[in-house]
Design a protein around this ligand. Structure first.
Ligand SMILES: Cc1cc2nc3c(=O)[nH]c(=O)nc-3n(C[C@H](O)[C@H](O)[C@H](O)COP(=O)(O)OP(=O)(O)OC[C@H]3O[C@@H](n4cnc5c(N)ncnc54)[C@H](O)[C@@H]3O)c2cc1C
Length: 146
């Protein structure tokens, strides 16, 4: 069970890295793709979506690093933080890759671009090393134990 704390950080980190790449790809593609005479990046909806993706990414990164510090220090609440970080990083990763795919339009769904593979790759992270429902169970139980 103790080994799972580190494993969950690992899965969260995989989501974080994938999500960062998705944000990078979405920025690059929306600056390049022209619709209605302008880059898709110029539409306010695109900028709002990118802003949310970046915010969710940094929130996941911050909690993941905090949980990693707790696991390294063998803190008494390390399992709760590891479960919280895994849940947040993988849920945010799923949301970010989905948003990146949407910003790519139809090309996001085709194999011409890498996003459809990232979508499949990141999806499994909310299942691996314990599903995100089980992460919530761990956090809820630990909160009530205090
Ligand atoms: C590609 C891949 C690689 C894997 N690699 C490994 C590996 O290397 N080592 C390893 O040990 N395992 C590995 N697994 C297994 C993985 O850890 C499990 O799939 C995961 O923990 C979920 O367990 P389960 O599939 O038995 O789902 P189940 O436990 O059958 O869950 C089914 C559903 O019920 C829900 N559920 C279950 N229990 C509760 C509960 N108490 N309260 C509320 N909801 C609940 C779940 O959230 C889920 O929605 C791998 C799985 C995959 C898909």
């Amino acid at each position: 069970m103790a080994g799972l704390d580190g494993g969950r950080l690992n899965i969260g980190a995989c989501s974080l890295g994938g999500a960062q790449r998705c944000l990078d790809e979405a920025i690059r593609y929306t600056k390049e793709r022209q619709q209605f005479g302008q880059p898709v990046a110029e539409f306010q909806n695109t900028q709002f979506t990118l802003a949310d993706m970046a915010t969710d990414l940094e929130a996941a990164r911050a909690l993941l690093y905090l949980a990693a510090a707790k696991v390294t220090a063998n803190a008494p609440d390390k399992s709760r933080f590891s479960a919280m970080a895994k849940r947040l990083a993988t849920d945010n990763g799923s949301a970010i890759v989905d948003a990146a795919l949407q910003l790519h339009g139809g090309y996001g769904y085709l194999k011409d671009y890498p996003i459809e593979r990232f979508w499949r790759d990141l999806r499994v992270h909310s299942i691996l090393e314990g599903t995100n429902q089980v992460m919530r169970m761990i956090v809820g139980r630990d909160l009530l134990r205090q």
